[in-house]
Each structure stands twice: as structure tokens, then as C-alpha cells.
Design a protein around this ligand. Sequence first.
Ligand code: FNR
Length: 188
Amino acid sequence: MTQLPKIGLLIGSLAANGLSRKVAEGIRTIGADRLAFEIVEIGDLPLYNPERDTGDVPEWHAFRAAVAPLDGILFVTPEYNRSVPAALKNAIDVGSRPYGQSAWSGKPAAIVSQSPGAIGGFGANHHLRQSLVFLDMPAMQQPEAYIGNSAALFGEDGALAEGSGKAFLDSFVTAFASWVAQHAPPRP
Ligand code: FNR
């Protein structure tokens, strides 16, 4: 059997019971027949400091090693003050260094932003896209995913409820699987 592409799920919120994690887990479940999602945790990464980046920060080393073999990255993030939460930006910075050895380089990516509010994290989504350009990560343009009123996606059991939100996320996964097939760098 052909192996499914391995996709790192980076969750922009550190809240264990947050909406972003629930959305990410919902995507992992509904997309398991197309992509092998694994959550790459970012909450224990010390803040990036280039002067400490001499190989002796085990969390940074482990994070880069976890990202390196992945075929693509799906970011699921809330918006903080119209931008990317600091924890996610820190993870991006950690993965991007040492200079010339970025773990992100060439990996296809997609972004799902979510908010309990109406705008669906548009600001975070597009600030993140700015970083992906520099990181040389081909970022899927369509469909865009700004999930507003995200608390309404879930049933009482905490799973994605049947309806247009779940159907949209399912179609998003299909599009991303196709994007990854087109853009994933060859495995070493
Ligand atoms: C927010 N929130 C928020 N929401 C939004 O739509 N736009 C924004 O700019 C912000 N800014 C913001 C800043 C900070 C510091 C916090 C803590 C929150 C609300 C946010 O969308 C809401 O708390 C989400 O539920 C956070 O996602 P998780 O943690 O549930 O995944």
C-alpha cells in the first residue's frame, strides 16, 4: 500500500481545550484517509535566541528533527490582535534556523485560521502567509479557510458536527492533498 503523505499539524494556540486544537483534531480525523496528520507541539519551545543556538537547546533540536521528515505542514491558528500568536511565530522562527538549514524550506503548506468572532482570523492567516513566502513554503491559495463563529462547528461530543462547516473542511483536505502531491519535495 502506498504511504500517505505525512503532514505536520501546527496549532497556533496553546490552550489544551481551545477551538484551534479541536479544529485540528477534527481535520485529522476526517482527513485520515487522504493525509497522515501528526500534531507537532510548539508549547515547550523556549523563545528563540540566536546566541543560544549552538546545538545545546534540546527542545529546538527535537522540533527541527520532527519537522524535517514531513511532507507538508497545515497550520491551524487563532488570531491574536489581528496577527499570529507569539507561540506559533516562535515555532516558525525556531524551525527556520540555523541560517541555511531551515526545516521548512520547500514544504507545501496550508492555513486554517479560526475565531469565535466573525472575521475568522483573516489577519493571522495573511500575516502567516507573509512568513511562508520568505520560508519558501508553497502555500495553497484556494480554498481560503477563515473559519468564523468556530464554536458552532462542534457538537456536544466535541467532534465536528455534520453540516456545511465539516463539509468545507473535508473539501479543504482534498484540495490540500492534491497540493501536497504537486509540491512535496522528494523524500531523501
Ligand atoms: C484574542 N482573540 C481574538 N479573536 C479575533 O478574532 N481577533 C483577534 O485579533 C483576537 N485577539 C486576541 C488576542 C488574545 C491575546 C487572545 C487571548 C484572544 C480571541 C480568540 O480568537 C479566541 O480566544 C479563540 O478562542 C482563541 O483560539 P483557541 O485558543 O480557542 O484555539
